[in-house]
Structures are given as structure tokens and as C-alpha cells.
Design a protein around this ligand. Structure first.
Ligand code: ZN
Length: 191
């Protein structure tokens, strides 16, 4: 396992559409090592998720994990999930305005709309087909990572550029209102 360098905004690899991983290929050392490196790099950077494109490998693999995350202390926990060739199906037209950041976009956050409820279909690292249903911030995290595999950054979905802020200014001026807005979608809150 090793920590990989994370590509940052402006690197063309972040704008590539990542290529599907074949069933045979998924078991290869190369792809299994990529998955291990993604996990280690995500944990080392304190991310909630990391897509292969972010470590300059344009393949459809991403990892997600939220566990007392210092970057996003309000996010409900997600146990380590490896998603290969994921697809997202919105379960309704309802959307949630989420404030997001990204390891590839240093020190910038903004508000954008995500589908509130989604189904995610993917292969796990052993090639088993899986699906899960996610809601709220968790649904947003999956949509953010799958976007990466299509060369889409959260910046592209920001409808009001006036919501851009540094992390420090978000903490100071916008966090309280954001937390109030998403309270119904956080663990323990009635939904
Ligand atoms: Zn990101």
C-alpha cells in the first residue's frame, strides 16, 4: 500500500471519463493495488471518498468511508465501501442543497444540489454485484465520487457562485446555517 499524490484542479486527468474495469481485470494485482492505494490515500488525506481519477488513474473505481471525519464532522458514518463501475439512479426528483469540498480543489467549498435519494449499483472489489440505497449527505457523497469518474467536479454543479468560500470562511460565516439546513438528514434526526 502507498499514499498517492492527489491531482488538483487544472490537471486534465480530472476531466477524463474513466474507463470501466473488466471482470477479469478486477482481480489483477494492478487493480487490487490501486484499490488499496485509494483507501490509504483517502485516509491519509482525511477525505470522505476518493476516485481513481484523483490519483491520475482514469478507471471506474472509487472508495468511500466516513468515520469521525475531521474535514466533515457532521457527515453520518459510512463504512468502507469500494465501488467499481458504479452507476447512480435517482429515486425521486427531490434534491438537497449541500455544501461540498473536494481533495482535488484545495481550500474551496460551495453549495450545490444533489439528488436526495439514490440507488447505487456497483461491483465490490471481489467482483460481486452490489446495490445500496442512500439518502441525504450520504447520497451526496456517492454522487460526488461517481461524478469524478465522469470528469465532473462539484464546481461544475454550483448554481450560485456567490456561495464559494474558503474552509476558514465557511466555518466562520456559513457552517451554522448549513448544519441547520441539513439537520433532518443527519444520523439520529427524524427523517
Ligand atoms: Zn472530490
Amino acid at each position: 500500500m502507498s499514499v498517492r499524490e492527489i491531482a488538483t484542479l487544472g490537471d486534465p486527468v480530472l476531466r477524463e471519463r474513466a474507463v470501466e474495469v473488466g471482470a477479469q481485470e478486477l482481480g489483477s494485482d494492478e487493480i487490487q493495488q490501486l484499490i488499496d492505494n485509494l483507501i490509504e490515500t483517502m485516509r491519509s488525506a482525511g477525505g470522505a471518498g476518493l476516485a481513481a481519477t484523483q490519483v491520475s488513474v482514469p478507471r471506474r473505481v472509487a472508495v468511500i468511508e466516513v468515520d469521525d471525519n475531521p474535514r466533515y464532522p457532521y457527515k453520518p458514518p459510512i463504512s468502507l465501501t469500494v465501488i467499481v463501475n458504479p452507476t447512480i439512479e435517482p429515486l425521486s426528483e427531490e434534491r438537497l442543497l449541500i455544501n461540498e469540498g473536494c481533495l482535488s480543489v484545495p481550500n474551496l467549498r460551495a453549495d450545490l444540489e444533489r439528488f436526495l435519494d439514490v440507488r447505487v449499483r456497483y461491483l465490490d472489489r471481489n467482483g460481486e454485484p452490489r446495490e445500496l440505497v442512500a439518502r441525504g449527505l450520504t447520497a451526496g457523497t456517492f454522487q460526488h465520487e461517481v461524478d469524478h469518474l465522469d470528469g465532473v467536479l462539484f464546481l461544475d454543479r454550483v448554481s450560485d457562485p456567490r456561495t464559494f468560500s474558503t474552509w476558514e470562511q465557511f466555518e466562520r460565516h456559513h457552517k451554522a446555517a448549513f448544519l441547520a439546513r441539513i439537520a433532518p438528514y443527519i444520523r439520529g434526526a427524524p427523517e
